[in-house]
Design a protein around this ligand. Structure first.
Ligand SMILES: Cc1ncc(COP(=O)(O)O)c(C=O)c1O
Length: 482
């Protein structure tokens, strides 16, 4: 059991520790965690045969980004922008006021964001990376250094685009996939302090913390770590910014695993997280439960003015920032729904359920299961395929051919020679799939696991000069299925 944790693991349909749910409306005798919604509108998914999928994959050069989503049965490519919206969100969209300036939809959006995040200035953007671009353009320049627990790839790219260096400072435990640690998303604080001392405060215009840490396996950051990072920043008058995409999932992990938080609501925990920050960037496509949208927030009046000026240049007027009024309404509702405890217990349980059911059969995954995704360790899954032969690409291809599941390689294809791991990420869209969909995914993974020795690697047939994973094409080194 994790230190300070209340429950070691939770599963849909299986036994859970009821102390977690003292404020739950469930009867104490009923242990099953259910999807906390019923389905009003359905979207058919198309079945294909193994032979059809083999042909489609071959036509796509074995790159799942190049397969039409019509031919995907269960799409676990990303949890970003793929959530199912609620009846309340669809109803709110009808209230959307599309006025260019001064829309009441913006007022409702700002009130909802301020109620949770508490920052003085809320600047809407079309998605997270637009907030990042504006933030780094205003705060950083050539020679700046931006430390983070782990920069997401768009964060790193936007940082480097303005000439700054993006420095990752994850705790060492984060680099060992099978190691259990309750807050593997934490930042290593001693090297942060040393970096600021060494480089000087002038070179570090801000420090960032990504909650949860997506590139580090969707792992949470503890409140204790956030407070320590804040203390170091305050000592040098450096602002702390939070990359808040999965703030609600992170808040719930704190409730489950950090002592002193079991009785607090996710909203109270989220407010405490942001009370230590000077601003944040947010992609609402994750814990905003919407298909598009984001924002940049700050307490600094002068920065906010410069940020709004840049916003007008490329995103739009500060009361809509590249979004429609109806999008702002949907975010205002979604942010609160993401903090609902019943939703969060189902969300974290359903991701853990997938991880637990494959790892108990021996499938190597990044432990413990993260909030939004399960990461299979493809190097350990396919030890006979060297990193140069793309074990992650080979495994993702097999999952598609076997069962129509789309996942994404995060390893040698994505990062080239810098890759320290070859992972296959199975990201779970919010409120989209039911337990039987996940049971199907488990069955497919185990089928592939049992015949893993026959899976072969790939070589590259085409690659673009940058971000090659989106468009690369491959040749199998020998028949992909035996
Ligand atoms: C941690 C993190 N930061 C930033 C982003 C960028 O957000 P967007 O895709 O909305 O631009 C993402 C998207 O996946 C993310 O996971």
């Amino acid at each position: 059991m994790y230190p300070g944790a209340i429950a070691p693991s939770i599963f849909l349909g299986c036994e859970v520790h009821l102390s977690m749910f003292s404020s739950s409306p469930r009867s104490p005798m009923v242990k099953t965690i259910i999807e906390p919604f019923r389905i009003k509108s359905v979207e058919p998914i198309r079945r294909t045969t193994v032979q059809q999928r083999q042909r489609l994959l071959e036509q796509a050069g074995y790159n799942l980004f190049l397969v039409s989503s019509d031919a995907i049965l269960i799409d676990l490519l990303t949890d970003s922008g793929t959530a199912a919206m609620s009846t309340e969100q669809w109803a709110a969209m009808m209230r959307g006021d599309e006025s260019y300036a001064g829309s009441p939809s913006f007022e409702r959006f700002r009130a909802a964001v301020q109620n949770i995040f508490g920052f003085r200035h809320i600047i809407p953007t079309h998605q997270g990376r637009a907030a990042e671009r504006i933030l780094f353009s205003v705060m950083c320049g050539k020679g700046s250094i931006v430390p983070n627990n782990t920069h997401f790839d768009t964060t790193r790219a936007n940082c480097e685009f303005v000439g700054a260096s993006a420095v990752d400072l994850p705790i060492p435990e984060a680099r060992q996939p099978s190691l259990l640690h309750p807050f593997k998303g934490n930042m290593e604080t001693m090297p942060l302090a040393e970096l600021i001392e060494r480089e000087g405060r002038e070179r570090v215009p801000l420090v960032m913390l990504t909650v949860t840490n997506n590139s580090g396996g969707g792992q949470p950051v503890s409140m204790d770590n956030i407070k320590t990072v804040k203390k170091i920043c305050s000592r040098h008058s450096i602002p702390l910014y939070i990359d808040a995409c999965r703030f609600a999932e992170n808040a719930y992990f704190i409730k489950l695993r950090e002592s002193g938080y079991a009785e607090k609501t996710p909203l109270e925990i989220a407010r405490e997280i942001f009370s230590y920050a000077d601003g944040c960037t947010m992609s609402a496509k994750k814990d905003g439960l919407v298909n598009i949208g984001g924002f940049l927030a700050t307490n600094d009046d002068s920065l906010a003015q410069q940020e709004k000026n840049l916003l007008i240049l490329t995103e739009g007027f500060p009361t809509y920032g590249g979004l429609a009024g109806r999008d702002l309404e949907a975010i205002a509702v979604g942010l609160n729904e993401a903090l609902d405890e019943d939703y969060l217990s189902y969300r974290i349980a359903s991701t853990a359920y997938l991880g637990e059911h494959i790892s108990r059969e021996g499938v190597p995954i990044v432990q413990p299961p993260g909030g939004h995704a399960i990461y299979i360790d493809a190097r350990a899954f396919l030890p006979h395929i060297s990193p140069a032969q793309f074990p992650g690409v080979a495994l993702a291809a097999e999952l598609y051919v076997e069962g129509g599941i789309r996942s994404v390689e995060i390893g040698t294809l994505m990062f080239g020679a810098h890759a320290t791991m070859d992972l296959v990420r199975l990201a779970i869209p919010r409120r989209v799939y039911t337990q039987s969909h996940i049971d199907y995914v488990v069955e497919v993974i185990l089928e592939v696991w049992h015949r893993r020795a026959h899976i072969r690697g790939f070589e590259i047939a085409y690659e673009a000069p940058f971000l090659r994973h989106f468009t690369a094409r491959f040749r199998p080194l020998s028949p992909a299925r035996t």
